[in-house]
Design a protein around this ligand. Sequence first.
Ligand SMILES: C[S@@+](CC[C@H](N)C(=O)[O-])C[C@H]1O[C@@H](n2cnc3c(N)ncnc32)[C@H](O)[C@@H]1O
Length: 404
Amino acid sequence: MYPFWDPVIAPLIAVSGAQRVVEVGALRGETTIRMLDDLGPQSELHVIDPVPAFDPGEHEQKFPGRYIFHRDLSLNVLGDLGAFDVALLDGDHNWYTVYNEMRLLAAGARAADRPMPLTILHDIGWPYGRRDLYYEPDNIPADMRQEFDYKGMRPGQSELLRRGGMNHTLANALTEGGPRNGVRTGMDDFIAEHDRPLRTVIIPIYFGLGIVVEEATLDEHPELRAALDRLESPEGTAELLELSENIRLGGVVFQQNVERMRFARIERAVNRHLDVLRSITGASDAEVTAADEAVAFVAARPELVGDIVYAGSTDGLRYLAASLEAHELDNRNVWAIGDDLAAAAADIGERVFAVDFGATTLPEAPIATLAVASDELMGKVETALRERLEADAVVLDKQRRSVR
Ligand SMILES: C[S@@+](CC[C@H](N)C(=O)[O-])C[C@H]1O[C@@H](n2cnc3c(N)ncnc32)[C@H](O)[C@@H]1O
């Protein structure tokens, strides 16, 4: 919800003259802290969350008397807190919770002879607009709960996916749509039953934001009506489009950073694995260097079809094969060229096969690169494979020059 704070929520709260505000579902307190900074000294903020991911004590100390935290479920406390001017609903994303939160908020206002609060709900779009999520399924009465499973979702498919998908670790309703399913359905059902005229504004970006307010409040605060009109105007829509694109770009950068860190972690694990291999195979330094260069060469060119030619000891061959496997490149064939490599090649696996220096028949695949550890062996390889090396010379030239 917090990306909506500056462009949408804060301006609406400012023109509504709000004094008493309630936030349901605070998580890391990102919206909470913005609210505390922006709301005036006369305001009172109630925050409800059974498992906040921050220390509410810090906020209580910083804003004494203005900040009241309730470590509980919204439906356990909302009925006792009286009337609010503004409510932000972003807690448990299911029909039962949202429908009853709105009913309790309306009842609290009615008891004080006030209009229901300006209510701003997050997650009225996909995935939880028309599908329940249960943070803790046992908190919802069984007869008010959809059947659910801990499986993921994708847009356009009602059934949960067998594997993967969005939020696959959470308790999601088995199917999307139908009665009493989802945050938007809870909001719609409340609106259909409410006995006073309401205005509803839907912002269909970033999981969807719904704004519900009584016409009586808009009569009292014409600037709030004007702010909602602006949100729905072509200029307001263009601004929201820009916000949506900025949120998307932020998500792309975040995702790419996560991937970069994950790849770096994998790379470190592979290198540790190869260090161990180096020490136990007994491959010489020159063989290790030649193998590492060959592996790096093919890893950087996934589009280049071709095999690797190896010449050296059986230990060096084992190291090369293990390194290809560690880098998930073991779909490359290795030609182990030499007079004494046949047994090792057969032992290592079906993608490693032996070729002798006097070979007359050679595999058909082109050669992508060489892993040859000495000039003497390189000379023998070049003599044995002359025609093939000439045919593949463009790719091999750089590699051959790097052999010491
Ligand atoms: C989506 S996060 C809220 C994000 C937050 N509003 C923001 O803008 O950053 C949902 C939060 O709701 C809390 N929650 C779950 N069930 C709740 C309930 N019944 N009442 C209040 N909070 C609940 C969870 O602990 C979680 O911290």
